[in-house]
Design a protein around this ligand. Structure first.
Ligand code: CUA
Length: 302
């Protein structure tokens, strides 16, 4: 199993113990059945009684008690709150994407979406909730899965142990695009993460290329700012994902498409082919020229 965090390692260990227990029970049951088939007429009442008591009560009690002893000590570890001073990230499930807010030491938040970056070998506390229906937050390689429930905050502590990029997903059926509600998790060396977070707290980069400058005007002209925020500009919509550093993200549309100019153009013009049910209106009649400029603007928001 490809675990890269303490919680998922615990779950992997538990899985192996459960599998071993299941195999042991299976072997005994099949063994007894084979014995019964090939020993016709030799059944003494005492043997039968011993088999029923041994196989039906004593043996399962031993195996299940053993498994319980392995599993119980893991529970407090999985539910323990992160130590004070740990990085805190607030994640909300929204149909069908993820709102991500990093809480800074001075109480501010840094908004992002559909991608989570965390430092390696440090505890991280996720505060989870939902803005509409029940979603579930799951990063198989690191840990989870924890339900995100409207009107209630759930939490999850993770402790990543390996640098890398991992896939996260919604693990609770939540409607049309449930299968397209994914995210990327990047576990980074601590120094790199700190630099990255400082970069994320900054306002959006001002465009310098002519296409990108024109693209910023297209972004406003077509009303994208009604739903999206790009910090440091007049775009302050809160309905959709924050796009301040959109160009630095790995994927588009909650893990559906790799982030590159061709895919972004496809997402803007064929939104509902890419992701049926998505809230974003489809700009299928956007002139090619305007589209190219808008893509140039968004992709340089690193
Ligand atoms: Cu959100 Cu399934």
């Amino acid at each position: 199993m490809n675990s890269a965090g303490r919680a998922s390692e615990d779950i992997a260990i538990l899985f192996y113990w459960m599998s071993a227990g299941a195999v042991a029970i299976w072997l005994i049951v099949i063994g007894v059945a084979v014995y019964a088939i090939y020993q016709p007429g030799r059944h003494h009442p005492r043997t039968t009684k011993m088999l029923v008591i041994g196989g039906g009560a004593v043996f399962p009690t031993i195996v299940l008690t053993g498994l319980l002893c392995v599993a119980l000590p893991m529970l407090p570890e999985l539910h323990r709150p992160a130590p004070p001073g740990s990085l805190q990230i607030h994640v909300s499930g929204v149909l069908w994407w993820w709102r991500v807010d990093y809480l800074t030491a001075d109480g501010d938040t840094i908004a992002s979406a559909n991608e989570i970056r965390i430092p390696v070998n440090q505890p991280v506390e996720f505060k989870l909730n939902s803005e509409d229906v029940i979603h579930s937050f799951w990063i198989p390689s690191l840990g989870g899965k924890v339900d995100m429930i409207p009107g209630r905050q759930t939490r999850l502590q993770l402790y990543p142990t390996r640098v890398g990029t991992y896939r996260g997903a919604c693990a609770e059926f939540c409607g049309t695009a449930h299968a397209q509600m994914n995210f990327d998790v990047v576990v980074m060396p601590v120094d790199e993460f700190n630099d990255w977070l400082v970069g994320q707290s900054a306002s959006a980069k001002q465009p310098v290329e002519l296409d990108a400058i024109a693209g910023q005007q297209q972004f406003l002209k077509y009303g994208c700012s009604a739903c999206h925020t790009i910090r440091g500009t007049v775009a302050e919509g809160k309905v959709g994902p924050d796009l301040t550093h959109f160009g630095s993200r790995i994927s588009i549309a909650a893990g559906v498409l790799k982030n590159n100019p061709e895919n972004l153009a496809r997402w803007i013009t064929q939104t509902h082919d890419v992701k049926p049910g998505a809230d974003m209106p489809e700009f299928d009649s956007l002139p090619e020229h305007d589209l190219r400029q808008m893509v140039a603007y968004l992709e340089q928001l690193k």
